[in-house]
Design a protein. Structure first.
Lengths: 333, 682, 155
């Protein structure tokens, strides 16, 4: 408890885009409830604070920490461990922290390939081909920058996580609901779910929230959405041959994308019963291919031009394989 | 100690591991003692509290070991490492049950068929045995107690096919006091046996021994005969089948018809009878297939009947004394509720035209065995006279060719079982009715049944000539004066070691047996499987020949594979006995391997809906969720694997069980440090 | 000199056909290499790609999927679903840098014990030629190296 008796709140961004912060701010007036009920002690986007301030806090003194972003480097891991130490409730907030999200796609490449893309490509001016070094000698001594890990990890691959809030970003109305729940729980008016639960999302998948009509599935082709002349606004996208990840993606967003005529890309991660998100999509989509002939099946599968991109766009680091071979063997190292 | 034992303080199961020596079958290759010791030491953290090895786990003493441990040590799980689950899974489940443990908490892993019998390196085999045991232990921890499903059995039975096997089955069940529906595609029951003249080896007249049975069927109060009918659709599951049967219109009112025969006597339209007379005899447009037909009611063939083709004639209607001819009769669809089904649909014959070098269809005096049967039959097209194709001349020499289309990689690779005996029978009949010289051309003589070889010896004694060799060609292209006007059989006489050209007047081809042309459709209709050739697959080729892998559906006779009449009769009776045992129990227990949809997690995406060939998955439009009917579900697990939400779980082979088994199998694989399976970080 | 690499392979069999074929190979005492560890499923249609990924990420060098021949599935047509999933899974594995040849689909009926044993031998040879996969499910040693450097710096 802080001096004014309010529970402490922290939010940190590791390897992320900042969208989760915006989503929190997007809860509009509800932010006043946050301010009324919590003392914000650490939130780099919103206030100035130093790591040593956090290091100085007593253990478990922060009631609630929302940690978004993946663990890309040593600094991210340091903060993850630090905030775990200092927090009672640590929430893996957003797709990056829960399953790796877009930064996790770097797990398809070796460190050398990543650095080459960052430091050698046309958009970078780097005539001497400089690469960041972990340690660097200067006259005053040795400088260090946080070590770059070859494989991006999720928050729970580094520390113990209490709750998971999926989404890229988590929808603001879901964040508002969770804020409400936590405030009620602090006042003893509600119970928090068991540790390890996913909050701010439902038990089933996007299809549950989607209003499109669905029939028995028999897929004869897969097409890219721009290849469809006219998308039927009432009919299930998958039945129109469009690769929609809705069937395997946890509900909670309100099926925003399918409602707008776009295929779900899966930012809310796997449903409750799934161990590997991509595997669920693979099995579901393959099972409903309407053919028994290997050649015909192969030609239908040609319509899925980028399986890993379609099935593991957000969930790669949390999948069973976690990263592609180049990242594990890591080229030169 | 409670019946199912208690987990220990840390919430772990209490597991007993039993490694069988199986005499030296396992112990000769796998160090079973080492495996048991290892299980206790290495897997103790997983919950193994006792690990034993024993000579024969399946013996009563072996089972007692398990039972005593369950009771005294409070075991909550059992793993037996021995032979194949297909042999003894039930044994150890029952042992567990006797000791008060749910039978489905016992696992049997194979280290015999899958390890000791197939590997020679003892070190590697022992390593693999340990991995297999580890897999079993990790799996059994995830097992859940299950209760078998109880299904009531409807006492009526459907028999499909009115040949000798179907007739036998129907009579057995009906005589036991239960209702039978016998569905037959042709206008009369009797099957192929009704076409024969004599049956080997007794030379009984086929009709004489068959027709009394047919009459019994026709008159039996418990048998409802649906001839000229076919099964359209089968729904339901064991004990509760709903079968839709289409009764084709006979255009004869069976309530009025007396079977007097005036209609077919006076019918002006004669056509070749392709079915019963196999194309060498005639019938009329309104006909019964043969005089002793059961039921006696004729049918009208609309394709050839003058009235149906152009509205004229109507002789039968005019002459029928009871006014039984009803041209406006319509087909009838009936729904039968039955508990069990016996399929006895018989066989078709190999089409001899497929072997052009034998000249069937081109050379007049080449006959098939079926044609020759009809010829010999006293009621057949030649009144039982053995004559050549001109219908008059008697042959002076006859060649009988065995294995036509059988034992031949170009056609059917299997032996058709009955052709050697049929060919010997024909040889005898030819000798008896003509003075002809008779040759039998064979590869091997297959006369392996009671009195069969004695029949062979008898026919040899009658002066029939035997040539061992596969006939290469039957031709009318003669080379020498002695061959003029005759058929020449070109054959390698392997015992004499030379080629021979044997001129004959008539050749008889002993064509092989084949599955019915529509066997695959029939199998699909009933939800059973057939081999690539089309013979229906029995549950076990040695020990369960009349059951199929679908509960409640049995098979009898040649539909399962080529066989003779005694075996068909035995199978018909066997299938009937199986059905009767079900009916007398009133209910059966089914393995509780079933899938269930968690409605809360189901999104109603309907991806599973089309994946069940047993139609067990239904979609509730109002609730927008799918549901699985446990009575129809066969437990294949396809929907469990396909659900993108992971909303479908399967008992007996759950995700947790399989994933844990994979972990266990890989846990101890590597000489270097084991690969860690981290699910939560340190 | 290290001994020859021996692959570890997980095999999935179906209760009615391929598992019985494996039993039959045993009854007939046909020998095949001990590298394959078999799991019994009721049907190849039960095969969830998760199982294959679990095996490959868990240390297996290859996965063998077996089932009834097309048209002979005990559950009528479920092996076709296994085929469809297998074809999509292979494409995904290739993108992840895993040779698709490490996962193989073989049909075997209950009577084909000899053939199944031979196919197992062939697959073991194929995977041995591909070399170890040994997917690192714990984090790579490189990270440990960097962690050590951090500790030295902090000291």
């Amino acid at each position: 408890m802080s001096d004014n008796g309010k529970p402490k709140f922290a939010m940190y961004w590791a390897a992320s885009c900042g969208g989760c912060e915006i989503a929190v701010l997007n809860i509009n007036e509800k932010i006043l409830d946050v301010d009324a009920n919590f003392e914000v002690v650490f939130w780099p986007v919103a206030m100035d604070a130093k790591y040593k301030d956090v290091e100085a806090m007593p253990d478990k003194s922060i009631t609630l920490t929302l940690f978004n972003g993946g663990i890309r480097n040593e600094e991210n891991e340091h903060l993850a461990r630090l905030l775990r130490q200092k927090s009672q409730i640590l929430v893996a907030f957003g797709s990056c922290a829960t399953e790796g999200c877009i930064p996790g796609l770097a797990n398809l490449s070796s460190t050398e390939q990543i650095f080459a893309a960052a430091y050698d490509s046309v958009s970078t001016v780097n005539p001497d081909g400089v690469r960041p070094e972990y340690a660097y000698d200067i006259p005053e001594g040795e400088l260090y920058i946080p070590a770059f890990y070859p494989v991006l990890k999720t928050l729970d691959q580094v520390v113990d996580v209490d709750y998971y809030m999926p989404g890229c970003p988590p929808e603001s109305h879901q964040i508002a609901a969770v804020v409400d729940l936590v405030i009620k729980a602090l006042h003893g008016e509600a119970e928090l779910p068991p540790k390890g639960a996913t909050i701010g999302a439902g038990m089933s998948t996007v299809c549950d929230e989607c209003g499109r009509k669905r029939h028995v599935k028999k897929v004869k082709k897969f097409v890219r959405i721009h290849e469809v002349e006219e998308i039927d606004p009432e009919l299930c996208l998958l039945e129109q041959g469009i690769l929609c990840n809705g069937p395997a993606t946890r509900e909670g967003c309100g099926a925003l994308c399918p409602s707008a005529g776009a295929a779900c890309i899966g930012c809310y991660g796997p449903a409750q019963g799934a161990l590997d998100y991509g595997a669920r999509l693979m099995t579901a989509l393959a099972s409903v291919i309407d053919s028994n002939d290997p050649e015909e099946i192969d030609s239908i599968l040609d319509g899925i031009v980028d399986p890993v991109g379609s099935f593991y766009r957000f969930s790669l680091p949390h999948s069973l394989l976690r990263a592609a071979k180049p990242a594990w063997t890591n080229g030169s190292r | 100690m409670s019946a199912n034992g208690n987990k220990n303080e840390e919430g772990k199961e209490r597991i007993g591991v039993y490694v069988c020596h199986c005499g030296s079958n396992i112990a000769g290759v796998v160090d079973v003692k080492d495996v048991a010791v290892w299980a206790k030491e290495e897997m103790g953290d997983e919950g193994v509290v006792v690990a034993r090895d024993y000579k024969f786990m399946c013996s009563s003493l072996g089972q007692e070991l398990i039972e005593n441990d369950i009771k005294e040590l409070g075991l909550t799980r059992v793993v037996v490492a021995a032979c194949s689950p297909h042999l003894h899974e039930q044994t150890f489940r029952t042992a567990a049950e006797r000791a008060g443990l749910n039978p489905y908490l016992s696992e049997l892993v194979s280290i015999r068929e899958q390890v000791s019998w197939v590997h020679t390196d003892k070190v590697k085999a022992t390593e693999k045995a340990k991995a297999v045991v580890a897999g079993g232990i990790e799996r059994v921890i995830q097992n859940e107690p299950l209760e078998p499903l109880r299904v009531p059995i409807h006492p009526a039975t459907l028999v499909v096919g009115g040949g000798i096997a179907g007739i036998q089955a129907a009579l057995e069940i009906a005589d036991a006091g239960h209702k039978v529906y016998l569905v037959e595609r042709e206008p009369s029951i009797g099957g192929h046996m009704a076409q024969f003249d004599k049956t080997f080896p007794t030379l009984d007249c086929a009709a004489c021994i068959l027709t009394p049975r047919m009459v019994s069927v026709g008159e039996h109060p418990n048998i409802e005969l649906l001839t000229w009918s076919e099964v359209e659709r089968v729904e339901g599951y064991v004990g509760n089948f709903s079968v839709t049967v289409r009764k084709r219109p006979r255009y004869v009112d069976t309530e009025l018809c007396t079977g007097c025969g005036i209609c077919w006597e006076k019918c002006p339209k004669k056509v070749i009878d392709e079915v019963f007379e196999v194309g060498i005899g005639y019938r009329t447009a309104v006909y019964t297939p043969f005089p002793q037909a059961v039921p006696k009611y004729p049918v009208i063939d609309t394709e050839t009947c003058i009235y149906f083709q152009n509205g004229k004639c109507k002789a039968c209607e005019k002459l029928c004394p009871t006014g039984a001819i009803k041209f406006d009769q319509e087909e009838e669809i009936v729904l039968l509720e039955v508990g069990n089904i016996i399929i006895a649909t018989g066989f078709d014959l190999f089409d001899a035209r497929r072997i052009p070098e034998y000249g069937y269809g081109r050379l007049a005096n080449v006959f098939t065995s079926a044609e020759f049967e009809r010829m010999c039959n006293a009621a057949g097209p030649t009144d039982g006279e053995v004559v050549m194709r001109d219908g008059v001349s008697k042959p002076a020499s006859v060649g009988i060719v065995h294995c036509v289309g059988s034992r031949d990689r170009n056609y059917n690779n299997y032996c058709s079982v009955i052709c050697c005996m049929s060919s010997l029978k024909f040889a005898h009949l030819v000798k008896e009715r003509t003075g002809a010289e008779v040759y039998n051309f064979y590869i091997d003589m297959r006369t392996a049944y009671k009195d069969y070889d004695e029949f062979y010896q008898r026919v040899m004694g009658e002066g029939v000539l035997f040539v061992r060799g596969r006939v290469a060609e039957i031709t009318d292209a003669t080379r020498s004066p002695g061959e003029e006007g005759k058929l020449v059989i070109q054959v390698e006489d392997t015992l004499a070691g030379r080629q021979r050209r044997i001129p004959v007047d008539m050749a008889i081809l002993a064509v092989g047996l084949e599955p019915r042309a529509d066997a695959k459709e029939v199998a699909k209709k009933f939800g059973i499987s057939c081999s690539a050739a089309g013979w229906i697959t029995e549950k076990h080729p040695k020990l369960d020949p009349v059951a199929t892998m679908t509960e409640g559906i049995f098979i009898a006779g040649a539909v399962q594979g080529p066989k003779d009449i005694p075996t068909s009769v035995a199978q018909g009776a066997a299938a009937a006995a199986r059905v009767l045992s079900r009916i007398s129990r009133g209910e059966i227990y089914l393995e509780p391997i079933r899938a269930t949809v968690n409605a809360e997690m189901c999104s109603g995406c309907r991806i599973c809906n089309n994946l069940c060939p047993f139609n067990a998955i239904i979609f509730h439009e109002d609730l927008m969720v799918s549901e699985i009917n446990h009575a129809l579900c066969q437990g294949c697990g396809t929907c469990v694997a396909a659900c993108p939400a992971g909303a479908i779980s399967g008992t007996g082979f759950s995700n947790e069980q399989v994933l844990s088994q994979i972990e266990g199998l890989l846990e101890f694989s590597f000489a270097e440090e084991p690969v860690l399976m981290e699910m939560t970080p340190a | 000199m290290s001994e020859q690499f021996e692959p570890v392979i997980i095999g999935f069999t179906c209760n009615w056909c391929s598992y019985r074929a494996a039993d039959m190979a045993g009854t007939a005492r046909i020998k095949y290499p001990p590298n394959v560890r078999l799991i019994r499923l009721m049907c190849s249609g039960r095969l969830d790609p998760t199982f294959v990924l679990k095996a490959l990420s868990g240390g297996a060098d290859g996965v063998l999927i077996t089932g009834c021949h097309p048209g002979e599935c005990h559950y009528l047509e479920q092996n076709y679903k296994a085929l469809r999933r297998y074809l999509l899974l292979r494409r995904t594995l290739a993108q992840m840098g895993i040779e698709p040849e490490r996962v193989k689909l073989v049909w075997a009926s209950a009577a084909e014990g000899v053939r199944l044993a031979r196919e197992i031998g062939v697959f073991v040879d194929e995977v041995r030629d591909l070399g170890p996969l040994r997917w690192p499910t714990s984090l790579p040693a490189v990270h440990a190296e960097e962690a050590k450097m951090m500790e030295e710096v902090a000291a």
